[in-house]
Design a binder for this molecule. Structure first.
Ligand SMILES: NC(=O)c1ccc[n+]([C@@H]2O[C@H](COP(=O)([O-])OP(=O)(O)OC[C@H]3O[C@@H](n4cnc5c(N)ncnc54)[C@H](OP(=O)(O)O)[C@@H]3O)[C@@H](O)[C@H]2O)c1
Length: 298
């Protein structure tokens, strides 16, 4: 008889802020891709309001989430739709990259204060609950020291501009380097049912009580989950492959947070409904065999 996997719906960031493990990623609100044509801001605001109505209390954003023409920006949508913010709503943001005509480049430590202040201003906040230092381009920049930049963010935390710090696109050595400077409460790397390269990093986070909130929880498109075993489990639960990908993420570890990105009300509803899918040990065994479905990212 298959056993249902018990999934705790909540996580305490740093043992402090209680949030639901199924949250929302804001990157897809301004544009469908990355820096593409603008999406309708009215729809973006409606998606945000509905997300909160459905119980979302963790929104992941960045000041650099915007349409290519700069007319639609995630932080402005969040502020317009949800400010004044409901108590308990955690808005996580990230600083590090800036995007120019030659692609992304990293801000030096001395410029991180301005990036944090930009997020405070555009979100309409006095203090940011969670700020990730995002490093590298798409690949994790192994061997790169993050000490100087993380020290700059730790100083802003000491100054009261930031409550908690996280890291994005890092490896274990960088997590260790940062943890020696200030507490790291969350890690955000690319990870999903078909890309488990960072399984050991997830385990390290779990052992330390650090949240692991992967980007691309749906593979970055929602359509990249074409696998017969995922389809079989989805059919068993009358669900879709993206819903199974989210249920899987929540079931594999107590520290995973799901932040699926969408600019679609229908997809939002489907993603939140995935939180009620009770996977079994049999499902997980089948899904364990389903990876990797796409080439490893490194
Ligand atoms: N730290 C980083 O470097 C980094 C990088 C990327 C993203 N992020 C964060 O992580 C969040 C999640 O990543 P992501 O948004 O890039 O990718 P994702 O959540 O893996 O996938 C989003 C894509 O899937 C589609 N989708 C969403 N729900 C769906 C559903 N139920 N059925 C079918 N398709 C669905 C979306 O299209 P529609 O919009 O049309 O629904 C969108 O194209 C982002 O929103 C952002 O907050 C962080």
């Amino acid at each position: 008889m298959a056993q249902v996997i018990e999934v705790t719906p909540q996580f305490r960031l740093a043992g402090d802020l209680g949030i639901r493990r199924l949250g929302f990623g804001a990157m897809r609100l301004p544009t469908k891709g990355f820096h593409g044509p603008p999406r309708d801001p009215d729809v973006g605001r409606a998606v945000l309001r509905r997300a909160v109505e459905l119980g979302v209390d963790h929104i992941d954003t960045a000041a650099f989430y915007r349409s290519a023409d700069g007319t639609v920006r995630a932080n402005a949508l969040i502020r317009d739709a949800l400010h004044p913010y409901r108590p308990g709503l955690v808005i996580a943001t990230k600083v590090g990259p800036v995007f120019g005509p030659d692609g992304p480049r990293q801000l030096p430590a001395r410029d991180l204060r301005a990036a944090v202040e930009d997020n405070l201003r555009t979100l309409g906040l006095d203090r940011l609950d969670l700020v990730y230092l995002r490093i590298g381009k798409m690949e994790v920049p192994h061997g790169e020291s993050i000490a100087e930049r993380f020290e700059a963010l730790a100083a802003l935390r000491e100054a009261g501009l930031i409550r908690h710090l996280g890291l994005s696109n890092v490896d274990l050595a960088q997590l260790d380097e940062a943890s020696a400077i200030a507490p790291v409460v969350a890690v955000q790397n690319s990870f999903y049912i078909a890309n488990r390269d960072d399984a050991a990093l997830l385990d390290a986070c779990a052992a330390r009580g650090i949240a692991f909130a992967p980007f691309f929880p749906l593979g970055g498109s929602g359509a990249d989950l074409d696998d017969a075993r995922v389809a079989k489990v989805a059919a068993r639960h009358a669900a879709t492959p993206p819903q199974i990908a989210l249920a899987w993420l929540l079931a594999i570890s107590p520290v995973t947070l799901a932040i699926p990105g969408t600019g679609s009300l229908a997809h939002l509803e489907a993603n939140i409904a995935a939180g009620s899918i009770a996977l079994t040990d049999e499902d997980l065994a089948e899904l364990a065999a389903a990876a990797p479905m796409v080439p490893s990212r490194r």
